[in-house]
Design a protein. Structure first.
Length: 96
């Protein structure tokens, strides 16, 4: 079990072929499988934003998985910033 000091929260933005290809569902499934909390949301500019919270090493591995995408998803630009940890968050959701 990670200590509280190992928990991080990241704000990320993905660009590329990330809308209309199941990207939000891909991110949600990967986050849930990794035990990461947060959310993912399509933006009007065709990018997708997300917040990812969990053990720092697990979040880093998840970010690498998201950047790789899959056969349909093609991430061409991915930015990440640090955020304060959201206390009490216990799930990952798709936001609309």
């Amino acid at each position: 079990m990670p200590s509280d000091t190992d928990i991080v929260r990241k704000a990320a933005r993905a660009e590329g072929r990330v809308q209309g290809v199941g990207f939000r569902f891909f991110v949600m499934q990967a986050a849930q499988a990794a035990g990461v909390t947060g959310w993912v949301k399509n933006m009007r500019d065709r990018s997708v934003t997300m917040e990812l919270q969990g053990d720092s090493a697990i979040v880093e591995r998840l970010i690498e998985q998201i950047k790789r995408g899959d056969d349909w998803i093609k991430v061409t630009n991915f930015t990440v910033d640090d955020l304060p940890v959201a206390e009490g968050e216990n799930k990952f959701a798709i936001r609309y």
